[in-house]
Design a protein around this ligand. Sequence first.
Ligand code: BGC
Length: 421
Amino acid sequence: MSIRFGLKMTASAVILAASAAVSATVASAASVEVLHWWTSGGEAAALNVLKEDLASKGVDWQDMPVAGGGGEAAMTTLRARVTAGNAPTAVQMLGFDIRDWAAQGKLANLDDVAAAEGWDAVVPDALKFFSKYDGHWVAAPVNVHSTNWVWINKKALDAAGGKLPTNWDEFVAMLDAMKANGITPLAHGGQAWQDATLFDAVVLSMGNDFYKASMIDLDEGALGGARMVEVFNRMAKLRSYVDDNFSGRDWNLASAMVINGEAGAQMMGDWAKGEFLKAGLEPGKDFECIRFPGTQGSVTFNSDQFAMFQVSDPEAQKAQKLMASAVMNPTFQSAFNVVKGSVPARTDVPDTAFDACGKKGMKDLAEANANGSLFGSMAHGHAVPASIKNAIYDVVTAHFNGEYSAEEAAAELVAAVADAK
Ligand code: BGC
């Protein structure tokens, strides 16, 4: 008995000593726990650029991945963690979600690092609207993505006549030709945020004023009018080009269908380019990137930002500032965004290291910003708060799955948005 008891004591003592050593190491090194949803091949490759950059600055990375494109699952996990009083130190976050957490007083103040590094002068106002709350920096923007892109397999395009579509009719003609060639014209995953990503582009193709009136100002006439009915008609047309197994498919598996030639095109934000690059494909040679036909000159954007939650441990606060500073470094923003498919969140990063799609992305963004044709993406939380976004998602997905006619969907949209307001 006493021997066994003695042995047990020894074992517990070893475990205690070991965990004390671990916490000593964690406490002495700057360490961040990062909640994110970058789990696809291309996303993980970009995340590694960040992890390695932080490691080189002595910041230890504790990974908290929550899979699920668009980040809804990650946000659910975040709410549970905050409710349990155990918020992660840094969180990948989009648009209105950042403002929402800031309004609840949960985010740390990054003003000193922002002032020391002159962030105000290099981050465009459209991003600052989300990075700053009540005049204080609460998040560090790592990139700008945009959602109104189409990714096209070059061989499939050539077999379909080789002409890049510039308007809706040409887009439909290309998809018809791909169908006739025996491939799935449009690779899509039936998840609400992916349906909404298509919807973003189709709404934008009906005009900048219409996008602003319906998705940002939530004007009832725009939400329920004839143009919205046409949007839903076009969504139904797009639905006819999707394969039978689309339901629930992850976005990166849809990208893989275009990469391997099983499908012709995917309408998706430029994180899709990360998958093409990871697979060794080159823009212009193996795939093409175009703005969704009818949206040339306009951009619907979303920006991944790292919001820092309030923590009391001074070491953790130090690590948060080191991370924010690393994320905002211009050399890092180039290296990271080249892999991620997005473009830098700073206006002073050269486009030299970017491929043709990245260069186009940077040019489009700068021009759209200057011309008043840059809008927050509804699908990715940059047009309206989450409650309204989710109400729009429900209608868009129900219509995509055949539950409503175009006219019914437009009427439902007005009602759903009114209820959510
Ligand atoms: C994020 C991207 C991410 C994509 C798919 C978007 O909301 O902004 O960074 O790659 O979702 O997961």
